[in-house]
Design a protein around this ligand. Structure first.
Ligand SMILES: *Cc1c(COP(=O)(O)O)cnc(C)c1O
Length: 368
């Protein structure tokens, strides 16, 4: 079913420009495997995020998440757990299972909708199994306000901190530093549905050059030059055409984020009485605007009135991961009551780059 106002409407570069890029790629006879465009794109992403970071591109964030766990921990077994919120996209828990580990679900904080550090501490204190890592999710691409405390927790417990910041390229933490600089590494998605979109693609930003080297080997079959496979890898390389799209997307990206934030502020001003916005969303690149209603009935009624006005809205994240059949048997640190309650009351509103004023007004009036 298609809506007059779709949930996602990415802005892509002028097809004529991409046509020129593709002609150059064909002329150079170099389509993938760390070509000149991929090299330039990785550098440009690092420059965008600021000093001291290495960026490794990937064919998707899901592959990158598996790579991060493999490069840091190697292959796990089901007796070893990775702490992760259930209120997230299933790709994170799937990456944990592909890496051999078992997800251990933690609850979220009611106001920020971010993983609860209190619940994480309880999980460590009560752990009967080895907790091998924390896979923190910067929910909706919003930088966790307690990121320093999470880094301290990981250090105290002697485990790596991998951060799923899939929708967070272009976001800032509360102190103004770019999302991408925290933990052992942060993982971004450049899927067509994210604020920074190239089709399929992703990247990992890290302050650890040793880790960047392993991540590069992982996505290239685990190869080291002149030796062959030195680790278990797979194929996770970014194609030249996607890197070319990415280079063009970077040009207008700051303006696109500013415009998304302006739409968010309009929503928040108009809907502040009706629903609660997650803390810190204004510093994110605003993939979409998830709001929490007082009850499920009110949420469902608003989803219906938006549909009646030909506006496509969603409920992210509902259902949460721990009730999805693949993950229903995975252990949890608590009863996940906040996760379940929020999933029943969440409503995600479309935010497009350079969204038409009429469209913003229609979304607002349908919710009200
Ligand atoms: C989109 C998303 C992913 C998956 O990204 P892909 O690039 O599509 O693999 C993973 N985690 C979160 C939180 C996401 O929002």
């Amino acid at each position: 079913m298609s809506f007059e106002i779709p949930f996602i409407r990415p802005a892509f570069p002028d097809p004529a420009l991409i046509g020129n890029d593709f002609a150059e790629i064909v002329a150079s006879n170099w389509y993938t495997n760390f070509g000149p465009r991929e090299r330039e794109f990785a550098t440009a992403l690092g420059d965008h995020l600021g000093h001291g970071l290495t960026v490794v591109t990937f064919s998707s964030a899901t592959t990158a998440l598996v790579g991060a766990l493999q490069a840091i921990l190697g292959l796990g077994d089901r007796s070893r757990q990775v702490l992760v919120p259930s209120f997230t996209f299933a790709a994170g828990p799937a990456a944990i299972e592909w890496s051999g580990f078992c997800p251990l679900f933690v609850d979220i904080d009611e106001n920020s909708l971010q993983p609860s550090i209190l619940d994480a501490r309880v999980a460590f204190d009560n752990a009967e199994n080895d907790i091998a890592a924390i896979l923190l999710c910067n929910t909706f691409g919003i930088g966790n306000a307690a990121i320093t405390e999470w880094e301290q927790l990981a250090a105290e417990r002697g485990v790596p901190l991998v951060i799923d910041s899939a929708a967070g390229f272009g976001s800032q933490y509360a102190d103004g530093s770019p999302v991408g600089r925290a933990g052992d590494c942060e993982v971004f998605s450049f899927h067509a549905t994210k604020p920074f979109a190239i089709g399929e693609g992703g990247a990992i930003a890290t302050r650890r050059p040793d880790l960047a080297e392993k991540l590069t080997a992982f996505q290239n079959f685990g190869f080291k030059a002149n030796v062959g496979a030195v680790m278990l890898g797979l194929n996770g390389k970014l194609q030249e055409i996607n890197a070319a799209i990415g280079l063009r997307q970077l040009e207008g990206f700051r303006e696109a984020v500013a415009s998304r934030r302006a739409t968010l502020l309009q929503y928040r001003e108009a809907l502040d009485e009706v629903a609660r916005f997650p803390d810190g969303i204004e510093k994110s690149s605003v993939c979409f605007a998830s709001i929490v209603l007082p009850s499920q009935t009110e949420r469902d009624a608003r989803l219906q009135s938006l549909a009646d006005a030909d506006v496509e809205a969603r409920a992210y994240y509902a259902p949460p991961v721990h009730v999805q059949p693949q993950f229903a048997n995975a252990p949890r640190s608590s009863s996940l009551t906040v996760t379940e309650s929020v999933s029943n009351r969440i409503l995600s509103l479309p935010v497009h780059p350079h969204m038409a004023a009429d469209d913003v007004a229609r979304v607002i009036s349908s919710v009200r």
